[in-house]
Write a new protein. Structure first.
Length: 421
């Protein structure tokens, strides 16, 4: 409450009738006279927002700022109305040059639509679209075991990349796609990063969240932009994780928008609109039988590689990796590896975590630090069961009853070796 009852009354009246410009100007004039110029500026600005040519408001604004009053200027004649409005003139002039007004009053009145400090700038064209392009430091030497997988990668891509003259002689293209499939947690993503590190190439990982969008056509555009980014960073490994989510069988899709996403993925893999040379597509899935058959035709994901649970040597290497920063004593990695047959890499990490919990629990109970022992590791191996068994149960049915084309012969051979058929 101020010391002027008249100003208080007028303020209440203006608040009740904000569109009464005459009343607002009278209040602004009283505020200037009372030395409350900051409040008067706000009211004058409100009048100018509605009537940019109001001379009284301009004079009040100048007086409130402490400068000389602006001389009155004759208002320009209104433009002649177009023929269509000659007989039906508009009821009022609602055209306001907001940009000019904000520039003129920018130092006095804040803009009408202020942007938050953390609000990103709007995307303007493809140049502003950013994707996570990595440079992997992992190589195939860091991958334990998987000798057959490494040989296949060497023949299909790494060998031709290192020998450009031989590649030219035999007409071998660097484009291509390889589908990695197998039980979850067996290192398919790690292997993809190792391939990128081995060839010193860029690495872009694509998941369903990078592509799908609620707006029609946006998902296809996102997919195209990702492939364009990979082409722009060639040589590049483009990793399509969970490819069955993006490339599901179109005959089983009820959504037309998802079918167009599969169609766009086929177009990008073909490289119809752009050259895919130097772009090596690696895809990974736990359910290759759910992938649209068109994705696995020659020129697309035409090579398939089964990534199995790690063998004994690989299991020992994985166990050693997960125990490297933990207090251990007297652990025989060979015996632990024997006790964890058919365990995935994720299962082995869980075994090490469980063994550490055993040792930590005893240390808390006794008050003395105890190292992780062989007994802890074997007890953890008995408690943690391999997660690959459920996957192989499903895969066995596919290998037995849906292998007419022979694409799962390697899986059938492995199951026969494990006597699961």
């Amino acid at each position: 409450m101020s010391d002027s009852p008249l100003i208080d009354s007028l303020s209440a009246a203006v608040e009740a009738r904000p569109d009464d410009l005459t009343l607002r100007l009278h209040l602004a004039e009283l505020l200037v006279g009372a030395g409350r110029g900051a409040e008067a500026i706000g009211h004058a600005a409100q009048v100018l927002a509605r009537e940019p040519g109001n001379e009284a408001a301009r004079r009040l604004m100048a007086n409130a700022l402490g400068g000389p009053a602006a001389p009155p200027q004759p208002a320009p004649p209104p433009p002649a109305p177009p023929p269509s409005e000659a007989t039906n003139p508009p009821r009022g002039d609602h055209t306001v040059d907001w940009a000019a007004m904000e520039q003129e009053l920018g130092d006095i009145v804040p803009p009408r639509f202020a942007k938050a400090d953390d609000e990103p700038d709007p995307v303007q064209g493809h140049a502003d679209r950013t994707f996570d392009v990595e440079r992997s430091t992992i190589t195939l030497a860091d991958v334990g075991g998987m000798q057959e997988v490494k040989k296949r990668l060497e023949v299909s891509f790494l060998g031709p990349l290192r020998n450009p003259k031989l590649r030219s002689l035999f007409g071998k293209s660097l484009r291509g796609g390889l589908l990695l499939y197998g039980p979850p947690g067996c290192g398919k993503t790690f292997l993809a990063r190792a391939v990128a590190g081995e060839m010193g190439a860029a690495f872009i990982s694509l998941s369903i969240t990078d592509v799908l969008n609620m707006w029609v056509g946006s998902s296809e555009r996102n997919l195209h932009d990702l492939f364009q980014s990979a082409r722009g960073h060639a040589p590049c490994v483009l990793f399509l994780d969970e490819i069955d989510a993006l490339g599901h069988k179109r005959s089983q899709l009820n959504s037309s928008s998802m079918r167009t996403v599969v169609n766009q993925l086929l177009t990008e893999l073909d490289g119809v609109d752009a050259n895919n040379d130097g772009v090596f597509v690696l895809a990974a899935t736990n359910a290759p039988w759910d992938i649209d058959s068109a994705l696995r035709r020659p020129g697309r994901l035409d090579r398939t590689l089964l990534v199995l649970p790690p063998d004994k040597a690989a299991r020992a290497a994985i166990l050693e990796y997960h125990l490297r920063d933990r207090p251990v004593a007297g652990i025989d990695l060979g015996k632990v590896a024997d006790a964890t047959e058919n365990y995935s890499g994720a299962d082995l990490a869980h075994v090490c975590e469980t063994a550490a919990e055993f040792a930590m629990r005893d240390s808390i109970a006794t008050g003395e630090i105890r190292m992780i022992s062989q007994h802890d590791m074997l007890s953890a191996a008995r408690e943690v069961r391999p997660s690959t068994d459920a996957w192989f149960s499903t895969a066995r049915n596919v290998a037995m009853f849906a292998n007419e084309s022979g694409e799962y012969d390697d899986l059938a051979a492995y199951l026969k070796k494990r006597k699961l058929r």
